[in-house]
Design a protein around this ligand. Structure first.
Ligand code: PMP
Length: 369
């Protein structure tokens, strides 16, 4: 079967091998006589799926032993409340606002923190830059500092996580890594907590991954629901409530797929990172020399995962999208808040998919001439 290339920002393309395994195991997982969706989360079959998924994720992202990996529900938007309920201690929290997602997080945190301080904002540049860390107005004694390390809508990525200690802060760094998780390595020495929905780079919607330093557990506000208290979730091995079993299973298959990936002598996430750099360069290099398309994000913070781009002549947008669909290139329409186009090129997008998109764009451009 020749499937089209799917550029959706999420829920997004899943590696075909993963879908095929899931299809083959749908009615009978490993001779158990049950599909995964039909299993008790406390039975030995599902526990083995869960333990393998957790161990594989820990290995892939090199998560140190003093961090807990939690499999939760609620998605990134629920985490915008769950993080301050667990970490703010009802004090001051700092936000670096680099696009829609960090902005949303700050707004929600203000319900639980005494102050959700915007320490820096890229609004003046229409969210096409990341303010230099040296200019951030960090609060003394902040409970944490929040960034969205990849802004899915504006296409802005922190290629390096900030070193808060070097900036004179001992607050933990919270990162929303929903849209770059597993696309690159993470320097855990700089992170207190990372959260992300699974539906972009890991599997189906419904699973939320939280990776949190152990010493940050146990400070939830009384208002925090038990099912969202990280300590309760951690103490119960993510089984205080019924976890999203199907999502965990699919994530586990994706982790196994990730472990099998190789690129130039690298494997796993390092291989994906190298491939993602190549994919993004292929696309940006083409757009930058083109006279029909433009990407407005500053070169040092262009996302490798989500690339918003615009046609100079916006009256051609519908023709562009219709032709793309005919060429087997799906879901390229930009987010409604920024317009234009967006190509999301997560791990599951092969280099051939990006090449096919560039070929189509070049062809479309030549036909306009
Ligand atoms: N954060 C980021 C960076 C996102 O891209 C998204 C979803 N697009 C969210 C948070 C919200 O995720 P959800 O809709 O799963 O709550």
């Amino acid at each position: 079967m020749n499937r089209p290339f799917n550029f959706s920002a999420g829920p997004a393309a899943i590696p075909e091998e993963v879908l095929q395994t899931a299809a083959a195991e749908m009615l009978d997982w490993h001779g158990s006589g049950m599909g995964v969706m039909e299993m008790s989360h406390r039975g030995k079959e599902f526990i083995s799926i869960y333990e393998a998924a957790e161990a594989d994720l820990r290995e892939l992202l090199a998560v140190p032993a003093h961090f807990k990996i939690l499999f939760m529900q609620g998605g990134g938007i629920a985490e915008n409340a769950i993080v301050p309920m667990n970490l703010s201690r009802a004090g001051v929290v700092d936000f670096v606002v680099t696009g829609s997602w960090s902005q949303k997080s700050a707004k929600e945190a203000a319900k639980y923190a005494s102050d959700a301080n915007v320490a820096a904002s890229a609004k003046d540049s229409d969210y096409t830059t990341i303010p230099a860390a040296s200019s951030w107005n960090l609060s003394r004694g902040a409970s944490y500092v929040h960034i969205c390390s990849n802004e899915t809508i504006h296409g802005v990525e922190f290629h390096e996580l900030p070193d808060l200690q070097a900036l004179g802060s001992d607050a933990p760094l919270v990162i929303d890594f929903s849209s770059h998780v597993a696309s690159r390595s993470i320097d855990w020495s700089r992170v207190g907590l990372a959260f992300g929905g699974a539906q972009k780079n890991i599997g189906p919607a419904g699973l939320t991954i939280v990776i949190v330093r152990e010493d940050l557990l146990g400070h939830a506000l009384p208002v925090c629901p038990s099912a969202f208290d990280y300590k309760t979730v951690a103490d119960n091995g993510s089984m205080y409530n019924t976890p999203p079993t199907w999502g965990i299973y699919m994530a586990g298959l994706t982790f196994q797929w990730l472990k099998r990936q190789t690129e130039g002598g690298l494997s796993g996430v390092a291989a994906m990172e190298a491939r993602n750099i190549t994919k993004a360069k292929l696309f940006y290099d083409y757009v930058d020399q083109s006279s029909l398309y433009v990407n407005k994000v500053a070169a040092n913070c262009r996302s490798r995962m989500n690339i918003p781009f615009f046609l100079h002549d916006e009256s051609r947008n519908d023709a562009f999208l219709a032709g793309a669909k005919q060429a087997g290139l799906l879901q390229l329409k930009g987010h409604k808040s920024v317009g234009g186009m967006r190509a999301s090129i997560y791990n599951a997008m092969p280099i051939e998919g990006v090449q096919a998109l560039v070929d189509y764009m070049r062809d479309f451009e030549q036909r306009q001439a």
